[in-house]
Design a protein around this ligand. Structure first.
Ligand code: ADP
Length: 533
């Protein structure tokens, strides 16, 4: 078998010649030196930080082929295409290929004609693949999206667990694990599960100072979104800019895209259910045309390298802080001001809790999902700096940033004990006296003293808390309910999102515990005070 020769003597030379860049960014040079010198590395770097070069260049500096484990076929294609255009001998092995195509790639590898070989984890794990790889010379293993090995993480893939074998099978081949989403817990799991205890760790700052974070309570989400896109979706001259709107369901991406289009926004839907050709065209237009807004499920964005996305808006609550960070991270990669805007409401909390209850998997799995949601809710409900909360989640302490909604317009915290008690005692009365549970809408109707058909039918206008909450608007009550849910002082159940008290509610009802709530404007604004990086 042949051995792919080292293509360059120095990392700087490879950077200039192959990639056409002048200088390394951040810790790239140190990481490349570590791996090129035969050492292992764990790299935590935000999206857009430049992780790819950290294994591509060492593969060109060492003898043999760099083997890159990557879970996303589309990303593999893009990377290999870009490398081949730059004169790098790269190829991939995955399930999208015909047998003859794979045979040709295998031949090239064994002949020492490949600098880089991308491979999907499930393929690498097969005995046949391992035997095949062992016949050639491997320069290094790069494990991309390494957080997929963490069972506690938000994107666990069982195929990643078997990658721990690489250390035993190829003890002399350096390994580099990379991820853009790592809490301290995930970082520890990557290290232990991939046997990288002896590796050097490179942890970049996860701060994206040019991104302004804003989280607003959901009132009329379509109108709020349109206001947002009209104010933030244009540059100083009034020309539309590029943005991504994330929604949870395929149907809502289509409805929102239509709604935005009818209101003069150049908006297109994107989700995994659309035809591959349509998706490709949408991606192309997003990359090449100015001012395209893509309304998408989270299927959109991975591997899309568009530096000038000016905003990312979420109209549904993300499931985890990791996901939120990854998605918002697609804004402002060019370092210019960008906005991450999220609208969320009571219904999001109810819906996400229901999805967790109904999710397949064991109790431990549901607990994990619940803890991810709790962290996301804490970020939404904080009265302190959003960025500080976000970075603290990734184990990086920081000062208040001055470029998020809570810094720019500090919310007031108010004593919400009395409304909390009113709501809780309504729930307790219905449960204890009538053995019934209801959703937020009905509870709020009772508190506000509304004579709806349902209230009358159940005779709920006769319970003692009927009408005791007429001092707050329906919107305010929804805010109170949402915040109590987020704080674990209420719980939701089942398909209809019925609400119950929790153990912690007892202290509030007994007056032993105060409840602090964020005061919320009736009509949240979407003003922007931009700040450059
Ligand atoms: P990540 O995988 O961390 O999200 P990429 O490796 O895709 O990031 O890099 C993000 C972008 O930055 C790419 O367009 C890449 O070509 C560019 N880039 C990476 N390193 C450098 C550098 N040293 N100088 C200039 N551009 C760079």
């Amino acid at each position: 078998a042949g051995v792919a020769p080292a293509r360059f003597d120095s990392a700087a030379e490879a950077l200039h010649t192959v990639f056409g860049y002048d200088a390394f960014r951040g810790e790239q040079a140190e990481i490349i030196a570590q791996v090129a010198g035969g050492g292992d590395a764990v790299v935590l770097m935000p999206t857009g930080g430049g992780k790819s070069l950290c294994y591509q260049i060492p593969s060109l500096l060492r003898e043999g082929t760099g083997v890159v484990v990557s879970p996303l076929i589309a990303l593999m294609h893009d990377q290999v295409d870009a490398l081949v255009r730059n004169g790098v001998r790269a190829a991939y092995l995955n399930s999208s290929q015909q047998a003859f195509e794979r045979a040709e790639v295998e031949r090239a590898y064994l002949a020492g004609e490949l600098d880089l070989l991308y491979i999907a984890p499930e393929r690498l794990n097969s005995e046949a693949s391992k035997r095949f790889l062992a016949k050639g010379r491997i320069a290094l293993f790069a494990i991309d999206e390494a957080h997929c090995v963490a069972q506690w993480g938000h994107d666990f893939r069982p195929d990643y667990l078997a990658l721990s074998e690489l250390a035993d099978l190829w003890p002399d081949v350096p390994r580099i694990a990379l991820t853009a989403t790592a809490t301290e817990a995930t970082h520890r799991e990557i290290t232990s599960r991939l046997s990288l205890e002896g590796a050097r760790h490179f942890v970049s700052s996860f701060d994206r100072p040019n991104i302004q974070y804003r989280i607003a309570p959901k009132v009329e989400v379509r109108k709020q979104l349109l206001d947002f896109v009209r104010t933030e979706g244009v540059d100083a001259e009034g020309t539309p800019v590029a943005g991504i709107v994330y929604a949870l369901s395929r149907a809502s991406t289509e409805k929102l895209a239509t709604f935005l289009s009818q209101n003069g926004v150049n908006a297109l839907p994107y989700h995994a259910g659309l035809d591959a050709a349509v998706r490709r065209r949408t991606q192309e237009r997003f990359l090449r045309e100015d001012g395209v807004v893509v309304v998408a499920t989270i299927a959109f964005g991975m591997g899309i390298d568009k530096p000038d996305v000016r905003f990312v808006a979420h109209v549904d609550l993300p499931k985890s802080v990791e996901g939120y960070y990854q998605e918002t991270g697609r804004a402002g990669r060019d370092g210019l001001p960008a906005t991450a805007w999220l609208a969320y409401g009571l219904q999001d909390v109810v819906q996400q809790r229901r999805m967790i209850d109904e999710s397949p998997g064991d109790l431990a799995h549901r607990r994990r999902l619940a803890s991810h949601l709790d962290a996301m809710l804490a970020l939404c409900e904080t009265v302190e700096c959003r960025r500080q909360n976000l970075l603290a989640y990734f184990g990086q302490p920081s000062e208040a940033c001055g470029n998020c909604d809570t810094c720019l317009e500090p919310p007031t915290a108010l004593d919400g004990t009395v409304p909390a008690q009113k709501l809780m005692s309504t729930i307790v009365r219905l449960e204890r006296e009538r053995r019934q549970r209801f959703g937020a809408g009905h509870l709020i109707d009772i508190l506000r003293g509304k004579q709806t058909p349902r209230v009358t039918q159940y005779g709920h206008d006769t319970i003692s808390t009927w009408g005791i909450g007429a001092d707050l608007s329906e919107q305010q009550w929804r805010g109170v309910t949402r915040q109590l849910l987020a704080q674990g002082l209420l719980a939701t159940h089942g398909e209809y999102g019925t609400i119950s008290v929790t153990e912690a509610s007892a202290d509030v009802l007994a007056g032993r515990r105060k409840v602090m709530l964020r005061a919320e404007p009736e009509r949240p604004t979407t003003r922007r005070t931009a700040k450059a990086a």
